[in-house]
Ligand binder design. Structure first.
Ligand SMILES: [Zn+2]
Length: 232
C-alpha cells in the first residue's frame, strides 16, 4: 500500500473511532437513564407535593371548622339554658353567636373551594403518576435492544481499534511523526483532492502537485495548507 493510502486509512480509522466513542457514550447514557422518564418523574413528584400542600391546608381549615362548631354549641347552650338573664349579657351573647355563625359560613366556603382544588390536583397527580409509570416501563422494555446495540457498537469499536493498530504498524516512525505533527497543527493531516481542489483548504491544487500526486509513491503536500494530498 502506498504511504499516502496507509496514512489516509489511519486518519479514517481514527475519525471513525472518535465517532464510535461518542456513540458508545450516548448509548451508555440512554441505558443508564431515560430523559423522558426522568422528566415525567419530576412532574409527578411536583404534582404530588402540590396535592399534599392542598390537603394540609384543607386539614387546617377542617380543624378551624371543628373549633368554630364547638364554640357555637357552647354559646347556644348558654343562650337556651336561660342562665344568662341580664339583657346586656344576652345581647353580647347573641353578638358572639352571630360572629361565630359568620365565621362558620366563611370557613364552609373556603373548605368547599379547597376540596374542589384538592380533587382537581388529585386527578392531575394520578395522571402524571400514570404517565411516569408508562415512560418508565417503555424505557425498561427498550433496554434489551439498547444493550444489544451497545454490544454491536462495542464490537465495531474493538474491530476498528485493532485495524488502527495495524494501520499504524504499516507506517514508519518518521511517517507517523509527520502525520501526528500535521494533525496537531491542522486538525486533519490528510486532505482529499476533489475536482482538483484540496479538501483541507478548498484551494485549487497546482497542476504540478496533481501530477506528482499521481506519479509518485511519496506523499505530496498541498502548497497552500501543507496537508498531505490524497487523490479523491
Ligand atoms: Zn490545502
Amino acid at each position: 500500500m502506498a504511504t499516502i493510502e496507509a496514512l489516509y486509512r489511519l486518519q479514517e480509522l481514527e475519525l471513525a473511532l472518535k465517532r464510535s466513542k461518542t456513540d458508545l457514550a450516548d448509548i451508555a447514557a440512554r441505558i443508564e437513564r431515560d430523559e423522558n422518564a426522568l422528566h415525567a418523574h419530576a412532574l409527578a413528584v411536583r404534582a404530588q407535593r402540590g396535592l399534599a400542600a392542598l390537603e394540609a391546608e384543607q386539614a387546617k381549615l377542617d380543624g378551624e371548622m371543628q373549633d368554630t362548631i364547638e364554640r357555637l354549641k357552647g354559646l347556644e347552650q348558654r343562650l337556651y339554658s336561660g342562665s344568662t338573664a341580664a339583657s346586656k349579657d344576652l345581647l353580647a351573647l347573641q353578638r358572639e353567636i352571630a360572629h361565630f355563625k359568620e365565621r362558620e359560613g366563611n370557613l364552609e366556603e373556603q373548605l368547599l373551594a379547597k376540596m374542589e382544588q384538592a380533587e382537581t390536583a388529585q386527578a392531575r397527580a394520578a395522571d402524571l403518576e400514570a404517565a411516569y409509570r408508562e415512560a418508565e416501563s417503555k424505557w425498561r422494555s427498550s433496554l434489551p435492544s439498547l444493550q444489544a446495540e451497545q454490544r454491536r457498537l462495542q464490537q465495531h469499536a474493538d474491530d476498528m481499534a485493532a485495524a488502527r493498530t495495524e494501520a499504524e504498524a504499516a507506517l514508519s516512525a518518521a511517517e507517523l511523526k509527520g502525520f501526528r505533527s500535521l494533525e496537531a497543527s491542522r486538525g486533519q493531516a490528510i486532505a482529499r483532492v476533489e475536482r482538483g481542489m484540496c479538501g483541507g483548504c478548498i484551494i485549487a491544487v497546482p497542476s504540478h502537485e496533481l501530477q506528482m500526486m499521481r506519479s509518485t509513491h511519496d506523499p505530496v503536500r498541498c502548497p497552500n495548507c501543507g496537508r498531505f494530498l490524497y487523490p479523491g
